[in-house]
Design a protein around this ligand. Structure first.
Ligand code: S3P
Length: 425
C-alpha cells in the first residue's frame, strides 16, 4: 500500500529559509570517485535520499570503506588496493543515474558486476551506456539484447574511444568518462548540446587528467587523490520551492548555497522569462553556487524548447505547475527524454495536471499547458519523486488542496521535503 499526502492551500506566504538536500548528481559522482581515490575522502552535505544511499552501498560492496559521520557526512577510504569484485548483485533502487554511472565505473574494474534496480529502472534505456562501454572493450549484457537492466558488466583492460552520443545525457557522458579513467589512451565525449558538468568538475577536484569545455570532455587514466568535498544544495530540489514561493502570495524565501553552475540553472532563466522574482545573492567567485531569494510574482506563459531543454529536463514537472498558474499557453518541446525518466513524465505530468483541473495535452516530445487557476484534486505520483513534489507544490497554490498518492516515492531524493512543507504550509 502506498502512502498519500494531502496538501492544503497555503494560508500564508513562504518565508525564512528551507533545508535543501545536497546535489544528487554531485553526491553519486563524489562517492564513485572517492572509492577510487588513494586515501580517505570526506563528503559532507550529501543527498540523504535512497538513490545516493544505494550508490554508497554499491561502492562499499566493492571494498571501499564507507563510514557515516552524521546524517549527510560520509568518509570513504578507497583506492585500487581496497577494491574487489562484489560478492552479490548491486541494487541501485530507483536510480537511473546510479546504474548508468556504476556501469561505466565497473567497466574499468577487472571483475564481474551485476547491476539491477526497481521496475522503473528495468524499463529505462541502457543501450546508450552499454554501446560505448562495449566499444571500449568491456563485455556488457542485459535483457533485450543488452539494452535493459539488469546489466552484467565484465570489466577489464579498456581502450579510450571518441564517443559522439546522439542524445545529450550527462549520465552517458559520466559513464564513459568514469570508464575512461581506467582506460589506455584518451577518452573523449562530444555532446550535441552541453549538459551538466559535474563529472568533469569532480574529476578535476580528485586530480584526474581531465580537459573539458562546453559540449566536450576528455580524460586519461589517472590516480585520484582523496578530497574534502562540501556538496552544494541541489538545484532540482530548490526548483520546487522556487515555484512554490513564486505562486504563493506574500512569500519571501531564501534557498542557501544552491549549485547554479553550467547545465543546472536553466529553470531560473525560464522562470525569469515568465516574470518570476528570483535574485542570486552571495555567488561564489567561480559562479557555481549562490543563495536564491524568491518573492511571489505573477507569471506569463512561455515556450521551452531546443538547446535549453537538457539544462532543465528534471525541472519540467515543477515548471509545468508554474505554467498552470501563468497567463497564457506554455509549450514544452524537444523534451522526448521526459518519456524515459523515473516515469513517462510527459504522460504523468499531463495526467496529474488534468486531475487538478488544468487543461493540458501530450505531444510526442513534450506537453502544452493552459494557464489559469488550480482547482485541486487527487493525483498519482506514479512512483516518481518529482511528480509527487511538483504536485505537492500545486497543492499549496491550489484553491481546494491536492492529495498525492504514492507519496513514498519522495524518499528516493528528498526525505525531508514533507517536514519542510509542514513548516511553511
Ligand atoms: C543526471 C542527468 C540527467 C538527469 C538525472 C541526473 C546526472 O539525466 O535527468 O536526474 O546526474 O547525470 P540524463 O543524463 O539521462 O539526461
Amino acid at each position: 500500500m502506498g502512502t498519500r499526502l494531502a496538501v492544503a492551500p497555503a494560508r500564508r506566504g513562504l518565508r525564512g529559509s528551507i533545508r535543501l538536500p545536497g546535489d544528487k548528481s554531485v553526491s553519486h559522482r563524489g562517492l564513485l570517485l572517492a572509492a577510487l581515490a588513494e586515501g580517505t575522502s570526506r563528503l559532507s552535505g550529501l543527498s540523504g535520499g535512497a538513490d545516493v544511499a544505494h550508490t554508497a552501498a554499491a561502492v562499499a560492496a566493492c571494498g571501499a570503506e564507507v563510514r557515516r559521520e552524521d546524517a549527510t557526512t560520509l568518509t570513504v577510504a578507497g583506492g585500487e588496493g581496497w577494491l574487489h569484485e562484489p560478492g552479490a548483485v548491486l541494487d541501485v533502487g530507483n536510480s537511473g543515474t546510479g546504474i548508468r554511472l556504476l556501469a561505466g565505473w565497473a567497466a574499468a574494474r577487472p571483475w564481474l558486476t551485476v547491476l539491477q534496480g526497481d521496475a522503473s529502472v528495468a524499463r529505462r534505456p541502457m543501450g546508450r551506456v552499454a554501446e560505448p562501454l562495449r566499444r571500449m572493450g568491456a563485455a556488457v549484457d542485459g535483457r533485450a539484447g543488452g539494452t535493459l537492466a539488469p546489466l552484467v558488466v565484465r570489466g577489464g583492460a579498456l581502450t579510450g574511444v571518441e564517443h559522439r552520443p546522439a542524445i545529450s545525457s550527462a549520465q552517458v557522458k559520466g559513464a564513459v568518462l568514469l570508464a575512461g579513467l581506467g582506460a589506455g589512451g584518451e577518452t573523449v565525449v562530444y555532446e550535441p548540446v552541453p549538459t551538466r558538468r559535474h563529472t568533469e568538475e569532480l574529476l578535476e577536484r580528485f586530480g584526474a587528467e581531465v580537459r573539458h569545455g562546453p559540449g566536450w570532455a576528455s580524460v586519461r587514466r589517472s590516480r585520484l587523490q582523496p578530497v574534502e568535498l562540501a556538496v552544494p544544495a541541489d538545484p532540482s530540489q530548490a526548483a520546487f520551492w522556487v515555484v512554490a514561493a513564486t505562486l504563493v502570495a506574500s512569500s519571501d524565501l531564501l534557498l542557501e548555497r544552491v549549485y547554479v553552475g553550467p547545465g543546472r540553472a536553466g529553470f531560473l532563466d525560464v522562470l525569469a522569462r515568465m516574470g518570476a522574482d528570483v535574485t542570486l545573492e552571495g555567488e561564489d567567485p567561480a559562479g557555481r553556487t549562490a543563495d536564491l531569494r524568491v518573492r511571489s510574482a505573477a507569471l506569463a506563459a512561455t515556450t521551452v524548447a531546443g538547446e535549453e531543454v537538457p539544462g532543465l529536463i528534471d525541472e519540467i514537472p515543477a515548471l509545468a505547475v508554474a505554467a498552470a498558474c501563468a497567463e497564457g499557453t506554455t509549450t514544452f518541446a524537444d523534451a522526448g527524454e521526459l518519456r524515459v525518466k523515473e516515469s513517462d513524465r510527459v504522460a504523468t505530468t499531463v495526467a496529474a495536471l488534468r486531475a487538478i483541473g488544468v487543461a493540458a495535452d501530450e505531444r510526442p516530445d513534450g506537453l502544452v499547458v493552459e494557464g489559469g487557476a488550480l482547482e485541486g484534486g487527487a493525483v498519482d505520483a506514479a512512483g516518481d519523486h518529482r511528480i509527487a513534489m511538483a504536485f505537492a507544490v500545486a497543492g499549496l497554490a491550489s484553491a481546494g488542496g491536492v492529495s498525492v498518492d504514492g507519496w513514498e516515492a519522495v524518499a528516493t531524493s528528498y526525505p525531508g521535503f514533507e517536514e519542510e512543507l509542514r513548516r511553511c504550509g
